[in-house]
Design a protein. Structure first.
Length: 287
């Protein structure tokens, strides 16, 4: 790949890239011929999550043989139902005031967040009052367990970062991050990052090749193991082939409803998953 350096006088390129990101917002960047956004898929499953009964049909394999589905879509659905994990209890994802308070008491005030204008300091002040903390935790809990997205959760502020490597502004390193509401970040951290991961670790749902976001496992271990494997192959002069199936730069291309079915297969309660999809689908980009 050519490394194109962004000189100061090449701001027109930056303006064009900025405009493209503005149009895209949090939308999915997919080619129209992608199997999981094809007409056959959208006609049957659509861009949003289905009802509970229809989702059960997906997970039980009752629509795998739909004739108007592309072959790749059928293969994906067959994979989805091959190893469904025991579903988490709704009680597992309840937001408890103690967990809510501990999250903000340990948060750094310098963290940027909240398009609504609430600074992290506001949240830290609230959790110092047990009554206020209990009320806020109850509001968030009702939203997560009853398929409701708070209006402030639907506001997103995109921030464009040019210099992923400090002092070296390469166009191919151009990226955008999104600032979400602080309590929504808390929900994602707790439900997905804590409860969901703990449940699947308990049921051994992850492969040994997954290193990211797992307790007691470092992401750099993947690179270390690969180097050790290559060294072993070289030392013993063993004929070998390495297949790297890394979906690089994939986060802008993840289809929300596909991610939702993958999480449901791994036991995330449907209502919690639907909240996440609704936030992505209804987000209002603020500039």
């Amino acid at each position: 790949m050519y490394q194109i350096h962004l000189q100061n006088h090449h701001m027109l390129t930056l303006l064009i890239l900025s405009r493209l990101k503005k149009v895209a917002g949090m939308a999915v960047l997919q080619a129209k011929e992608t199997p999981l956004v094809s007409e056959g898929w959208n006609d049957r499953l659509g861009p949003n999550l289905l009802s509970d009964s229809e989702m059960d049909e997906v997970m039980q394999g009752e629509i795998v043989q739909e004739s108007n589905f592309p072959m790749e879509s059928k293969s994906f659905l067959a994979t989805m139902i091959s190893n469904v994990q025991p579903e988490m209890s709704s009680d597992d994802v309840h937001i408890k005031p103690t967990i809510f308070s501990s999250f903000y008491k340990g948060a750094r005030e310098s963290t940027s967040s909240s398009p609504s204008g609430l600074h992290l300091r506001h949240w830290k002040a609230c959790v110092n009052n047990p009554d206020i903390s209990m009320i806020l935790a109850a509001i968030i809990d009702l939203a997560v367990t009853n398929l409701h997205t708070l209006l402030r959760w639907r506001k997103v502020v995109p921030i464009r970062l040019m210099e992923k490597i400090h002092g070296r502004a390469y166009i191919h390193k151009f990226r955008t991050i999104h600032f979400l509401e602080s309590d929504l970040n808390f929900v994602l951290w707790y439900v997905w990052g804590k409860v969901f991961m703990k449940h699947n670790e308990k049921h051994e749902a992850f492969t040994d090749n997954q290193y990211g976001s797992r307790k007691g496992i470092q992401g750099q271990s993947a690179a270390l193991n690969k180097v050790l494997t290559l060294d072993t192959i070289r030392f013993y002069a063993i004929p070998a082939a390495i297949f790297d199936k890394d979906a690089k730069a994939c986060y802008d291309r993840i289809i929300p409803v596909v991610l939702a079915y993958a999480l449901i297969r791994l036991a995330l309660p449907k209502k919690s998953d639907q909240v996440h999809v609704q936030v992505v689908r209804t987000s209002q980009i603020l500039y």
